[in-house]
Design a protein around this ligand. Structure first.
Ligand SMILES: *Cc1c(COP(=O)(O)O)cnc(C)c1O
Length: 408
């Protein structure tokens, strides 16, 4: 099924059929091409393939049929025209930065991005003469005020992790176009099953395939989806030269992960939404952060941009670190780990784990206090997840919050 007839089919059909091609063996399921190189019929063909004059497989650093099947399927699902699969989500972001930016150019990025992304922009890119200004993700005027003549990339995640802040993708896409820059959206938390940033105006979508695209916590991988042949060619050329390639085995796992993506994303959104509502009514909970809740500041925007709220729910308990840890330590089946996008529900205390490397003041500014707990909802029976959280929360509600220090 090629990109042209993709428009004639629904998302679920494309999820299971786009990108596949059958070999002469007439296999029904996609095979894995575990081969590093490919052979040529004769010297002339070898020369034509190497020069790019003739398309076809050469070497799995940049041409592999299993990786290509995953790339084609994800491109179609994201409403893009091209896709380059990468070894990890971080290498997808690095590749994007390396193709869009040169020494002396500038990036505007949201506050509160994934930690390694912040580190890439704040610590690595400056060594190559690229500066980044971080702004409040939800404040379009702040983005606009930070743009300079040399700004070439705007970078955002929506919703943000862990607070679920919603970024106005259409407004930022228009801002980027007005200034000759490209809006890049990390669509890890929504996936194309819930939101398609390219349709909203983004120029590029990046993914950590490690999360929901896999869906069962098996492989590390990433992808860059483009909507412009020049971007795609630049990425392909960099992939061929620099080599942060996806393994065919991982591509095969992700290709199958995509087949159940929409069903899983709606299942986790449904459970997360029920959980958020239940948490809102619990006496030990001070505040719930979930874009599917009417009380969330980004609710209306989320309703326009997303078909459901996603699987991440964060909440503040009354009290501080001790109370947050009590909730986590009383869970019996939830996994205490920072990963997300797995079939298994995970729970974490962001201030002492994922966000422990930034200062307390930076955490305070980002709204990630000691009382915050993050749950990445998986596919277990909803009542079991709720019961696991209730064990710690009910204990807190019985004793009540501990007296807080005078400084609060
Ligand atoms: C995990 C993650 C990444 C990095 O992906 P890796 O596959 O771990 O390299 C980037 N962005 C977001 C939002 C993530 O959650």
């Amino acid at each position: 099924m090629n990109e042209l007839d993709a428009r004639a089919f629904g998302f679920d059909t494309l999820s299971v059929r786009a990108g596949e091609s059958r070999t002469g063996e007439q296999e029904h399921n996609a095979p894995i091409f575990l081969t590093s190189s490919f052979v040529f019929a004769n010297a002339r063909e070898a020369a034509a393939r190497f020069s790019g004059e003739e398309s076809g497989n050469v070497y799995s650093r940049f041409t592999n049929p299993t990786v290509r099947a995953f790339e084609r399927r994800l491109a179609v699902l994201e409403a893009g025209t091209g896709c380059i699969a990468t070894a990890s989500g971080m290498s997808a972001i690095l590749m994007t930065a390396m193709t869009l930016l040169r020494c002396g150019e500038h990036v505007v990025a949201a506050n509160g991005l994934f930690g390694s992304t912040v580190s890439l922009f704040a610590n690595v890119l400056p060594r190559f003469g690229i500066e980044t200004t971080f702004v409040d993700a939800t404040d379009v005027d702040a983005w606009s005020g930070a743009v300079r003549p040399e700004t070439k990339m705007l970078f955002a995640e929506s919703p943000t992790n862990p607070l679920g802040e919603i970024v106005d993708v259409a407004a930022l896409g228009a801002l980027a176009r007005e200034h000759g820059a490209t809006l890049v959206v990390d669509n890890c938390l929504c996936t194309p099953a819930l939101s398609r940033p390219i349709e909203l105006g983004a120029g590029i979508v990046v993914h950590s395939a490690t999360k929901y695209l896999d869906g069962q916590g098996r492989c590390v991988g990433g992808a860059v989806v483009t909507n412009d042949a020049a971007h795609h060619d630049a990425l392909f050329s960099l992939l061929r030269t620099a080599g942060p390639s996806m393994s065919p085995f991982n591509a095969w796992v992700f290709l199958h992960g995509l087949e159940t993506l929409r069903i899983r994303m709606h299942a986790v959104s449904e459970s997360a939404s029920r959980l958020a509502r239940w948490l809102e009514g619990h006496p030990a909970v001070r505040r719930v952060h979930y874009p599917g809740l009417e009380s969330h500041p980004g609710h209306a925007l989320a309703a326009r941009q997303q078909s459901a709220g996603g699987g991440i729910v964060a909440f503040d308990v009354h009290g501080g670190r001790d109370e947050a840890w009590t909730v986590i330590d009383n869970a019996r089946t939830l996994s205490i780990t920072a990963n997300l996008g797995d079939a298994k529900t995970t729970i974490v205390h962001p201030a002492s784990t994922t966000h422990s490397r930034i200062t307390a003041e930076q955490r305070e500014a980002a709204g990630i206090g000691e009382s915050l707990v993050r749950v990445a909802v998986g596919l277990e029976t909803f009542e079991d997840v709720r019961a696991d959280l209730a064990r710690g929360l009910d204990r807190l509600a019985e004793v009540g919050p501990r007296p807080r220090a005078a400084t609060g």
